[in-house]
Design a protein around this ligand. Structure first.
Ligand code: SF4
Ligand code: SF4
Length: 330
């Protein structure tokens, strides 16, 4: 018997709903579409006036505008984003693909981020109408402080999300700066306004983990409690391979996020989205609660994989079960 949800029933603020466009965010995302197409930017547009949900994106900033932690984090992030990248060196450093990957780990060792991966860029990951001259993508993961994110949906969790977006932006700019000083041009891509590329598909392709039922990525090391940024470049990094660990089966038998989601936005089964079967969150149901709480984050905080030390044990258990099943079927 799931515990009673303290946030249900949820009634959206009429002032917020007055900003809602006529078009459904699920339609923009391609829910129910059988044919593949590139994604459109549905939210977090660099310029909110370019998307139908732009007024709602602006409304988000009217929530907790004077909360000191949020004000401080917003200023810090702006400073990071405004800092110029170093000049592109004229002499490209030559390394083997494996040596480039090894050198990239310095950013994990220095504590700028918790995980890095690299892969060839699939242009289908670019938002419709966007392009890049680069052929590779580096993906960067930064982990939330679990105690802070567990406060969701209180403002402390929103501030923690912003803190990690700042760290992710700092790491992306530091890596892009390192590459440019090494003679390889690079373009840092920082969330949440990633602008030209969706970050989850390249993160899956370069070994970060799998998509969970709550529509966020899950890794055995960080659960769902992390943020992403990326760097686009031609520097010849070796690819880090995908690392599936059997999450689908786990999510099929778990409904913690479904029960915890105040507006009941998490679909119990996979949906068809732009030609792909995948876990999907009802954008139109999620957004009003997300906006009203300045970022919600309940589903990623409640997911058992996010609890420190739990993800690795769960992944190990899934691997042992898969091994037993494989042995029986021989
Ligand atoms: S809470 Fe359960 S169902 Fe939801 S994403 Fe996490 S593991 Fe999957
Ligand atoms: S972020 Fe959205 S999907 Fe997740 S719990 Fe909050 S409202 Fe539900």
């Amino acid at each position: 018997m799931p515990k009673a949800n303290p946030h249900r029933p949820f009634t959206p603020d009429p002032a917020q709903m007055e900003c809602a466009p006529d078009v459904s965010g699920n339609a923009i995302n391609g829910l129910g579409e059988e044919e593949f197409r590139r994604p459109d930017i549905v939210y977090w547009a660099p310029d909110p006036d370019t998307i139908p949900h732009g007024r709602l994106q602006r409304w988000f900033y009217t929530v907790n505008p004077d909360e000191p932690e949020i004000v401080a984090e917003r200023a810090r992030r702006k400073e990071i984003l405004d800092a110029p990248l170093p000049e592109l060196s004229e002499r490209p450093v030559e390394r083997s693909p494996g040596a480039w990957l090894e050198a990239l780990q310095q950013y994990v060792s220095a504590g700028h981020c918790e995980q890095v991966g690299a892969t060839a860029l699939d242009r289908n990951w670019l938002f419709a109408g966007h392009d890049t001259p680069f052929s590779n993508v580096i993906v960067i993961g930064v982990q939330h402080d679990y105690a802070a994110i567990s406060e969701a949906p209180k403002p402390g969790a929103g501030a923690e999300v912003m803190r990690q977006y700042s760290r992710a932006a700092f790491a992306a700019k530091a890596i892009a700066g390192w590459l440019r000083r090494s003679g390889w041009d690079a373009d840092p891509v920082t969330g949440p306004m990633a602008g030209k590329i969706t970050l989850i598909p390249p993160a899956i392709a370069c070994g970060f983990g799998e998509l969970g039922k709550h529509g966020s990525l899950i890794t055995p090391e960080m659960g769902a409690s992390f943020r992403l940024s990326a760097v686009l470049t031609d520097a010849p990094f070796a690819s880090t391979p995908p690392q599936p660990f059997g999450l689908d089966d786990f999510c099929m038998n778990c409904r913690i996020c479904e029960d915890a989601c105040p507006p009941d936005a998490i679909f119990p089964e996979k949906q068809t989205v732009r030609g792909e079967e995948k876990w999907y969150v009802d954008f139109d149901k999620c957004l009003p609660f997300f906006n009203q709480t300045h970022g919600c984050a309940i589903c990623i905080a409640e997911c058992p994989w996010s609890r420190p030390g739990v993800g690795a044990k769960l992944a190990d258990k899934l691997a042992r079960r898969a091994g037993r099943l494989a042995a029986v079927s021989k």
